[in-house]
Design a protein around this ligand. Structure first.
Ligand code: HAM
Length: 448
């Protein structure tokens, strides 16, 4: 058998590939990225991109030593002569905050809204919607602790799922308070679970020491039974006055904008940097335990990385999970479509000429050409299979007359067009049908 891709990774494939699903369709990925770009750039977010590997120290300090990500799921990068001090990034936030600090982005107007998309790596147990290389759309706002920024961030996340056409999404909103609130809660949990250590899973025994809150997030059925039995008080009961007022203000904005959400006192999130507002978006299509996306405020992260105090907040979606949810709702992403023009030579000596005609047409639209001469019948069949709108045939009459015989495959109408008028002929069609977006040559730009 030929070499296979590593477990927990996926190939993103061209339209029409056999056994294609939305989460492996490259054009569907692009559609999600384009939708996010549209929604986020209109809100003033600028695209950034940071390295796929970072210093191990950044991930350890950023994401936190008590998390599963740092303890069990890091991919370490080795190269000749190196000690393995780099990590494939498990998420985007720590790298973006590092970049903000390192590149003096504090000088830009504040709050600074940034977004990115790209692959992330976690050595997880692989299952549906849980991969080792997955992709996120990530939005971060740096420089403001105002609850209005939190509410706007949550609302933008909802805007992205709505723009994708998803309807079955629920926002679960919570707060994990300020560090002192969390210390008080962890002390309470340590005492509560401390009396039942023998019933905790090995992982949770460990968590009892390091970060008892993480026990609440345990995947062990025994731990969950104990949690239910003990009737654990939620973190929300431990919020101090400031965190409580902040949480209330976020809700007031969301209510004013009719953003629906459920308060979920059990939100703990899987990363250590969070403070105050924390939330997740859920959808039945990706399973009850898995979130479509999540986010929160991380006002202490920049200091944790050795920088000054820079309040921040952000969120990330898993693109594969968005696509699984879309598939579950029966939404699909239209295939990218065929060329506007397919140019075919009827004789081998004109193949180069056909290529030249297509290349000139690319100034206004997507144009392809046949690499070998074929008869008109197969030219039409081939063009149809490729989803072309027009076929241009080039035989000796056309070359001598400096014209093209063009057939519109939708209407069946044939016409003779002077070669030098081809681009205005195609341009008129795009204008009349309003299909410039589908066929035009515009190369998508980040933040376009
Ligand atoms: P996270 O909750 O760890 O947060 O991940 C965000 C989303 O990434 C998850 O809700 C899920 O959709 C997707 N995801 C995570 N792990 C996997 C996986 N193994 N396979 C497939 N999808 C996965 C963060 O990463 C934070 N950086 C979000 C954030 C940004 N907070 C503040 N700013």
């Amino acid at each position: 058998m030929a070499i296979q891709r590593p477990k927990g990774t996926q190939d993103h494939l061209p339209d029409g590939s056999p056994k294609l699903s939305l989460d492996t369709q490259a054009s569907a990925f692009q559609d999600v990225q384009d939708t996010a770009r549209r929604v986020l750039s209109r809100a003033g977010a600028q695209f950034v991109s940071t390295p796929i590997f970072e210093e191990a120290e950044l991930v350890k300090r950023g994401v936190g030593g008590s998390t599963d990500i740092v303890r069990k799921e890091m991919f370490t990068v080795y190269y000749f002569g190196d000690h393995g001090g780099f990590i494939l990034r498990p998420e985007g936030t720590a790298g973006i905050v590092r970049s903000y600090l390192q590149n003096g982005l504090k000088q830009l107007p504040s709050p600074l809204k940034l977004w990115t998309h790209g692959p992330m790596f976690r050595a997880e147990n692989v299952q549906k919607g849980r991969l080792r290389q997955f992709h996120q759309v990530d939005y971060e706002v740096l420089g403001s602790a105002d609850p209005l920024v939190d509410a706007e961030a949550i609302s933008l996340m909802v805007d992205v799922v709505s723009a994708l056409g998803l309807t079955g999404v629920r926002v679960k909103l919570g707060s994990i308070g300020d560090p002192a609130d969390r210390d008080a809660y962890n002390a309470y949990l340590r005492e509560l679970f401390g009396a039942h250590v023998e019933r905790l899973s090995d992982d949770s025994k460990d968590r009892l020491e390091r970060n008892p809150m993480r026990i609440l997030d345990s995947k062990s059925a025994g731990d969950q039974a104990l949690i239910a039995e003990l009737g654990v008080n939620p973190m929300l009961d431990f919020l101090g006055d400031e965190a409580r007022a902040h949480f209330q203000a976020v809700q007031t904005y969301l209510n004013a904008w009719n953003v629906t959400y459920d308060i979920d006192p059990s939100i703990v999130r899987g990363l250590d940097y969070y403070r105050r507002t924390a939330w997740e978006l859920h959808h039945e299509g990706v399973g009850a335990k898995s979130a479509l996306g999540g986010g929160g405020r991380y006002d202490g992260l920049a200091e944790q990385l050795g920088g000054p105090l820079v309040p921040g907040i952000g969120w990330a979606f898993g693109i594969e999970r968005l696509l699984l949810a879309m598939e579950a709702e029966g939404l699909d992403v239209p295939a990218s479509g065929g060329p506007l023009l397919y140019v075919v030579a009827l004789d081998d000596q004109f193949v180069g000429h056909a290529a030249t005609v297509a290349m000139v047409a690319r100034q206004v639209a997507r144009a392809e050409f046949a690499y070998r001469a074929v008869k008109p019948g197969s030219a039409f069949r081939d063009a149809g299979r490729r989803g072309a709108q027009f076929v241009a045939l080039i035989g000796s009459d056309e070359v001598q007359g400096n014209v093209l015989s063009i057939k519109n495959l939708t209407t069946g109408v044939q016409s003779t067009v002077p070669t030098r008028d081809l681009n205005s002929f195609l341009g008129d069609h795009l204008e009349q049908t309003g299909t410039a977006a589908a066929h035009g040559p515009a190369v998508p730009q980040e933040n376009a």
